[in-house]
Write a protein that binds this ligand. Structure first.
Ligand code: NAD
Length: 294
């Protein structure tokens, strides 16, 4: 059992912190939202009045915050946690943020002898609740080995991607590819449907052929092909378009910094941005099919 501080108790952080409680850890929580804290108190957590109170003296600090700015504010600067904590605490930031901020926090932590890993997740709210998230970690090998068990209490697949920042790069690569193959899958299914093919039959054909991909396998974007996919539930998320646009923005930053010509990624971002502007930000990202149908 470990003493864990959990900061950021939203759609993802709330269920992740609950899984730590269920695994028998002592969890102290902090969130700007009193309602989110109250929920966790009912689940058995101790509520702290500040991030520092939550973090002081704990074995692990885990954060699940909206963006790089919130992570930088929490850890860096004269009021940041890194200026107050010591090497007995290990920090795991599971937020999806820019790789540059993750590296900055990682370097500041290393300067103080504090273990840090950017540990963004793949899987969404359902996987957070089920404890089946995939974690992509950026940090040194010793920190990874130390943190593996606690990450396993919230997830199923735990990967060491490389040094600080590598977790965020892995997540951006994955989500850029996801956006591209989701749009490609929608185009193929719509083209088949307009030519008289049954989308379910076409899906089966492509699943057994070289067009096979994750969107076809577990997240078919065409309504009524898969009863449990968001497409069969009016594109209720799932994974929201707003979050896909955010993740593609992070991927474009990395592509620019590394001077890569990612024409497909840029186009996918533009199409998702248009879909968001058309009022679909809170709908599931597989609903980009509707863009082709309108
Ligand atoms: P959310 O908006 O539901 O939750 C964020 C929480 O952080 C809120 O409760 C907010 O009050 C709290 N918060 C903000 N600033 C804070 C601060 N300074 N101190 C303490 N608490 C603070 O967001 P979410 O959906 O839980 O996503 C969290 C992170 O996980 C994001 O980086 C997101 O990109 C990533 N992510 C989300 C999903 C998903 O499906 N929702 C999937 C994978 C990754």
């Amino acid at each position: 059992m470990a003493e864990v501080a959990f900061i950021g108790l939203g759609n993802m952080g709330g269920p992740m912190a609950k899984n730590l409680l269920e695994a028998g850890h002592a969890v102290t929580v902090y969130d700007l939202s009193a309602a989110a804290c109250e929920q966790m108190k009912l689940a058995g957590a101790v509520v702290a009045g500040s991030a520092l109170d939550a973090a002081t003296g704990r074995d692990y600090v885990i954060s699940m915050l909206p963006a790089g700015k919130h992570v930088a504010d929490t850890y860096l600067g004269s009021d940041g946690l890194l200026s107050k904590l010591d090497g007995t605490t290990t920090i795991l930031d599971c937020s999806t943020i820019d790789a540059a901020t993750a590296r900055r926090v990682g370097e500041a932590a290393a300067g103080k002898g504090i273990g840090f890993m950017d540990s963004p997740v793949s899987g969404g709210v359902a996987a957070a609740a089920a404890g089946t998230l995939a974690f992509m970690c950026g940090g040194d090998a010793a920190t990874f080995e130390k943190a593996r068990q606690i990450l396993q209490d919230m997830g199923k697949n735990i990967f060491h991607a490389g040094p600080a920042g590598a977790g965020q790069v892995a997540k951006a690569c994955n989500n850029m590819l996801l956006a591209i193959h989701m749009i490609g899958t929608c185009e193929a299914l719509e083209m088949g449907a307009r030519n008289g093919l049954d989308p379910k039959v076409l899906s089966d054909i492509m699943l057994a052929s070289s067009g096979r991909n994750w969107s076809l396998e577990v997240y078919n974007p065409y309504p009524d092909v898969m009863p449990n996919a968001p497409a069969s539930n009016d594109y209720k998320p799932g994974f929201m378009v707003d979050l896909m646009v955010k993740d593609l923005g992070l991927a474009m930053e990395i592509a620019q910094q590394s001077d890569i010509d990612n024409a497909m990624g840029q186009l996918a971002r533009e199409l998702y941005r248009q879909h968001q502007e058309a009022g679909n930000g809170q709908r599931d990202f597989s609903g980009i099919l509707r863009r082709l149908q309108e």
